[in-house]
Structures are given as structure tokens and as C-alpha cells.
Design a protein around this ligand. Sequence first.
Ligand SMILES: *[C@@H]1O[C@H](CO)[C@@H](O)[C@H](O)[C@H]1NC(C)=O
Ligand SMILES: *[C@@H]1O[C@H](CO)[C@@H](O)[C@H](O)[C@H]1NC(C)=O
Length: 345
Amino acid sequence: MKFTTLITLCILFHFSKHTLSTITTTTTTLEENFKEAPKFYNSPTCTIITNHTCSIEAVHVAMTLDVSYIRGSMAAILSILQHSSCPENIIFHFITSSSKPSTVLNRIITNSFPYLKYQIYPFNDAPVAGLISTSIRSALDCPLNYARTYLADILPICLPKVVYLDSDLILVDDIAKLAATPLRSNTVLAAPEYCNANFSIYFTPSFWSNPSLSLTFANREACYFNTGVMVIDLQRWRSGEYTTMIREWMELQKRMRIYELGSLPPFLLVFAGRITAVDHRWNQHGLGGDNFRGLCRDLHPGPVSLLHWSGKGKPWARLDENRACPLDALWAPYDLLKTHFAIEV
Ligand SMILES: *[C@@H]1O[C@H](CO)[C@@H](O)[C@H](O)[C@H]1NC(C)=O
Ligand SMILES: *[C@@H]1O[C@H](CO)[C@@H](O)[C@H](O)[C@H]1NC(C)=O
């Protein structure tokens, strides 16, 4: 009982005031607040996979799972299944914080997606917590945000490739197309690149004015990429020991401030200019607005396969507060939370 109350308090803190009144007036537990999603079936042309563990024919998706973003994760999962032609061939790998019990999260997933193929991996975030330097947005400082750096260590050694996705996005296209991105030789990850973005803003003046540090990007066509959507070759990652490289940058950041944001800049330091570019349709990012005010943003020109509410504003919060941005209406159909109906009746 006490535990449920604690979780509810956490949720109240993160969700809007509107949801707050809803949850306090009902006696349901967190998992009862989510609807069950329909079952999604493979189309007849799908490969029949007998052993999904590490199968190269399955699509492996890694996401983090925590109580404060669970509503976003649920919508993301639903959108992935709904737009997939072979939904039964998708395996989810959920990373949770080992410092918090994952029982409730596990029940939420099984209640809403009884047919989902998934595994939960507790991530020991205590060592990471010591490496995090505070950023301009406190949500970015959550240790679980850094789990993407440790995927090669967390996931089974036999897993060759994974699609990493943030929790504040929805897909409107078949994830198998993204997962099938061929990685150029010598590249470890694939993601949409943005070469028009001013790359220098991601690092501090002390970084650029340091003679040796500023050479980091010499002879590289370094472009910004968003780490919320990445196809990662885990075998190349492991053999290149990229986790160590990223951790070394984080250790430097603790000694001298070389960047302002959370987990993104170390990825840029190691990988920018060395990734396989993916079509921009696979990460229409920034829909959450900037990191300070979360203003409404429009889509970038071009086709859309994935909508990403990166930035401060999250569609579930804005919808609850009746200050939704126009594009938040595209997120709403994937919302599995059922509580608001309770008070409106
Ligand atoms: C399934 O595949 C994994 C990885 O290749 C292997 O370790 C496991 O033994 C297989 N399971 C079965 C039941 O064949
Ligand atoms: C990029 O940002 C830096 C630092 O804010 C600024 O000095 C520089 O002029 C900008 N470059 C372009 C091309 O806008």
C-alpha cells in the first residue's frame, strides 16, 4: 500500500495538475490507469522466427522505462506495434534503474501489452550518477538518461544490433525500415544528421579555446545528431570500446566544463562526423520546444516517419494542462492512460 502511494506521489509530481486531481480521487493503482492495447498480428509475408533471443531477423528495440515517463513509453510502444507489418517480430529491451523496483513497470507493460515480447534490464545507475554534471534542464540529469551509453554492456552479448529510442516519440511508419539501415563500414551508429545546425553551440568557449580540445573535430565533418533515435551496431561498439571513450569525456567534463547539455555532447565528441546518415523523416525532433520554455514547434519540411517531442514540453503534460500545441494532437491517439475519463463522466 505504502509503495503504491509513493509511486502515485511520484506520478503526481511529474504529471499535470489535471491528472493530479484524477488520481487522488480514484483508488486505482498505477497499472490500472492504463488501457489494454489490442493484439497486433504479423502479416502473412513475415519471417517466422522460432527463437527470438538475439535473432538477426527480429527487430530489437531498446528503451528506458521509468515511472515519470511511462505514459510516453506506452504511447511509443503502441505506435511502433501499430505501424509495423511484422509486430510479432519486434523484441523490446527495457532498461530500468536498479535503484528503484521495476515490479510496477513490469505489471504496467504486461497489463497493457499482454502479447509483447520484452525483457527488463536493471541498470546500475549509481556509478553514472557520480559522473553527471548538472545541465540546463534537470530532467536531462537523470542517470537513466545515460543508459544509452551503456547499451553494449547492458544488453545480451549475442545481440548484434539494436534500435535505441527515447520515450517522448511516436512512430508513424514501420520500424523495420529504420532497423534495416545498412551501416557504412567503420561506422558504429546510424542517425539523422543535421549539418546546418551550428555545431559550436554544443560546447563551451573553454572547450573551443583549448588548443588540444578544439582539435577534437579536426579532419571530421562533424554535424549535430540527436541521440534519441539511433541504430547501433553493438558488436562494433563493443570491439571499439566506445563506452570507455564516452566515459572519459564525462570524466573530463567533471574537471572542466566543456559542454552544457546532458548525455548528448559526449556522443557528439566521439561520433560526430563518423556516423551513417539516416533520412530526416526518422527523427522529426524538437517538438517539445526549447530547453527553457518548451514553446510550440512546427515540423521540419519533408516526410515524417517519427515524431519526437525532444525539448522541455511533453505532449501528455501540455494536453492535460489544456495548452496543447497543434502537433500534440498527433500524439494523443496513442495515449493509453485512461484516468481522465473517470472524472469527466
Ligand atoms: C536461442 O538463441 C540463443 C542465442 O543464439 C541461444 O543461446 C539459446 O540457447 C536459443 N534457445 C533455444 C531454445 O534454442
Ligand atoms: C555559431 O555559434 C557561435 C557561438 O554561439 C557563434 O560565435 C558563431 O558565429 C555561430 N556561427 C554561425 C555560422 O552562425
